[in-house]
Design a protein around this ligand. Structure first.
Ligand code: GDP
Ligand code: MG
Length: 662
């Protein structure tokens, strides 16, 4: 398995970079009849003496043997540290003072470390007896053992009790069935490789191991046949036909091995010696097949199967890396390059902001908002919808009653009765009505101002993202634009109220007599003319007449029925007011947006760039404004590191895909 170590280690780096789940290597499960040599095969694969082996039923509980790769540095780093019981799973810790290359740990003995492999074997035996008794009983409850070593890959091997037919000792009557179920439970896991072990001195055609494997793996995609005890065949027979696949073909291969005999075990023959002797035996007995059999070849074949598995997992990993790399690349791009020429950068950022600001108003911005109206479009909406509608909803005669009108007429007439309806009264009243358009007009300015303010945020968030790197510059720009906007507010309000053809104009016009011109085409003019040609009654009705009360106590006429003359006067005034009001309102509807555009929107648009440059583009401010946000340098470095790691990971994957194990 050692050939896989560098690959797995490299992959581990990749996983660490991308945070993917580690590739789960297939479990290797041995199946076969009792004493066929299953434990021996596993042991020679691990390369250490650690499993109980022998005649009769020795393996009586499943043993889940998890190999955990530890790098030599890890061992040095962790030895002497406190051991955390919660991390049993990944523990590489050694208790204080213990320096060992390889060690084992059982789940059931918690944190106890076994550095002596004889002790491990003894513990397996003890633990087997504890649950299954000492009289050949079998238990489905697994023993969990972890072996930590720099010479293994992270891989799980499962040793199982052998298949049997006849109950012996304490074994229940249905022992055959029980063991069968136990085996099936492990080998039906699709992520397991089945080592179907058959002894060479039994008939392969009756192999129970292959039979049960076929049940879960009918296509033979994950079953590897292992023929043990090649050395124990009857004199005059050989396993040629079996090994050549002529008896039963096995897709992944049939590999013959020679494990240590019971005598070898008793004599404590080493794994190395055993492998050397196995090689010699194969050379002598099966010269043509020697290089395709033996423990070493079995290990290599398993390596190859595992490698296939790893390669199958790589495309997905590769995709993930590519996606992440692209994400980090764009993140890095958004962070921008570190600043070399501060002066140029400052000017560039200011200009970019100003341009984006104007573009948003013009509707030519790069980043077009789709969720809501913004910029110029919103200003247009404010003018036509919000402002227009509000104006239209103002009633020309709202807040004006007949009494008001009469009082105005009378007040304008003075002490002597007038011949005609006095013009002054109309002027007085219409001014009052038109004044009611002031508030919506000012509100319109306010709304546009708010929108202009909002565009600042829009530009700095979306269009000029680099600004986020320089919070001080960002704040300074916002400040300058906000000030500029605020400065324009009184001017614009004033223009809307007084000059520029705004509300004020209209309000003032009647006093200058221009209103006549405005009314020329309207019906009101005719009305007025008609009115003037009529004869006048000598004394208009007066509410106070004939009452012996103090006249000064009656400032407001009390409600009463109007005289015909009064009625007509009122009507005339009302109609005049209405006509005039409508004309003025139309004018205002046109002129206020014009004034706002001219004095606020366009003015800001035209002066923004020079204002920003004038206030911010100063050598004394340069360093301060271009101070990056504290974590930006850090974030840029992190993103760059991550990108580099991802690119490295991509490289590693490409390498692994090219890797040939032999
Ligand atoms: P298991 O019950 O399938 O786990 O079989 P073991 O691994 O415990 O082996 C049963 C016995 O067969 C042990 O005494 C081994 O020494 C012996 N044995 C296993 N493989 C071989 C082999 O290839 N050659 C010889 N001579 N003996 C073997
Ligand atoms: Mg065994």
């Amino acid at each position: 398995m050692e050939a896989l170590i560098p690959v797995i280690n490299k992959l581990q780096d990749v996983f660490n970079t991308v945070g993917a789940d580690i590739i789960q290597l297939p479990q290797i499960v041995v199946v076969g009849t009792q004493s066929s040599g299953k434990s021996s095969v596993l042991e020679s694969l691990v390369g250490r003496d650690l499993l109980p082996r022998g005649t009769g039923i020795v393996t009586r509980r499943p043993l889940i043997l998890q190999l955990v790769h530890v790098s030599p540095e890890d061992q040095r780093k962790t030895s002497g540290e406190e051991n955390d019981p919660a991390t049993w799973k990944n523990s590489r810790h050694l208790s204080k003072g213990v320096e060992a290359e390889e060690w084992g740990k059982f789940l059931h003995t918690k944190n106890k470390l076994y550095t002596d492999f004889d002790e491990i074997r003894q513990e397996i035996e003890n633990e087997t007896e504890r649950i299954s008794g000492n009289n050949k009983g079998v238990s489905p409850e697994p023993i969990h053992l972890k072996i930590f070593s720099p010479n293994v890959v992270n891989l799980t091997l499962v040793d199982l009790p052998g298949m049997t037919k006849v109950p012996v000792g304490d074994q229940p009557k249905d022992i055959e069935l029980q063991i069968r179920e136990l085996i099936l439970r492990f080998i039906s896991n699709p992520n397991s490789i089945i080592l179907a072990v058959t002894a060479a001195n039994t008939d392969m055609a009756t192999s129970e191991a292959l039979k049960i494997s076929r049940e879960v793996d009918p296509d033979g995609r994950r079953t590897l046949a292992v023929i043990t005890k090649l050395d124990l065949m009857d004199a005059g027979t050989d396993a040629m036909d079996v090994l050549m696949g002529r008896v039963i073909p096995v897709k992944l291969g049939i590999i013959g091995v020679v494990n240590r005999s019971q005598l070898d075990i008793n004599n404590k023959k080493s794994v190395t010696d055993s492998i050397r002797d196995e090689y010699a035996f194969l050379q002598k007995k099966y010269p043509s097949l020697a290089n395709r059999n033996g423990t070493k070849y079995l290990a290599r074949t398993l390596n190859r199967l595992l490698m296939h598995h790893i390669r199958d997992c790589l495309p997905e990993l590769k995709t993930r890396i590519n996606v992440l790399a692209a994400q980090y690349q764009s993140l890095l791009n958004s962070y921008g390059e570190p600043v070399d020429d501060k002066s140029a950068t400052l000017l560039q950022l200011i200009t970019k902001f100003a341009t984006e600001y104007c573009n948003t108003i013009e509707g030519t911005a790069k980043y077009i908002e789709t969720s809501e109206l913004c910029g110029g479009a919103r200003i247009c909406y404010i003018f036509h919808e919000t402002f227009g509608r509000t104006l239209e909803s103002v009633d020309p005669l709202g807040g004006l009653n007949t009494i008001d009108i009469l009082t105005a007429i009378r007040n304008a007439t003075g002490p002597r009765p007038a011949l005609f309806v006095p013009e002054v009264s109309f002027e007085l009243l219409v001014k009052r009505q038109i004044k009611r358009l002031e508030e919506p007009s000012l509100r319109c300015v306010e709304l546009v101002h708010e929108e202009m303010q909002r565009i600042i945020q829009h530009c700095s968030n979306y269009s000029t993202q680099e600004l986020l790197r320089f919070p001080k510059l960002h704040d300074a720009i916002v400040e300058v634009v906000t000030c500029l906007l605020r400065k324009r507010l009184p001017v614009t309000n004033e223009m809307v109220l007084s000059g520029g053809g705004g509300v004020g104009d209209a309000v003032q016009e009647p006093t200058t007599g221009n209103w006549r011109g405005m009314l020329k085409t309207s019906k009101a003019e005719e009305l007025l003319a008609e009115e003037k040609s009529k004869p006048i009654p000598i004394m208009p009705a007066s509410p106070q007449k004939g009452h012996a009360v103090n006249l000064l106590d009656v400032p407001v006429p009390v409600a009463r029925k109007l005289s015909a003359r009064e009625q007509r006067d009122c009507e005339v005034i009302e109609r005049l007011i209405k006509s005039y009001f409508l004309i003025v309102r139309k004018n205002i509807q046109d002129s206020v947006p014009k004034a706002v555009m001219h004095f606020l929107v366009n003015h800001v648009k035209d002066t923004l760039q020079s204002e920003l440059v004038g206030q911010l583009y100063k050598s004394s401010l340069l360093d301060d404004l271009l101070t990056e946000s504290e974590d930006m340098a850090q974030r840029r470095k992190e993103a760059a590191d991550m990108l580099k790691a991802l690119q490295g990971a991509g490289q590693i994957i490409a390498e692994i895909r090219e890797t040939h194990l032999w």
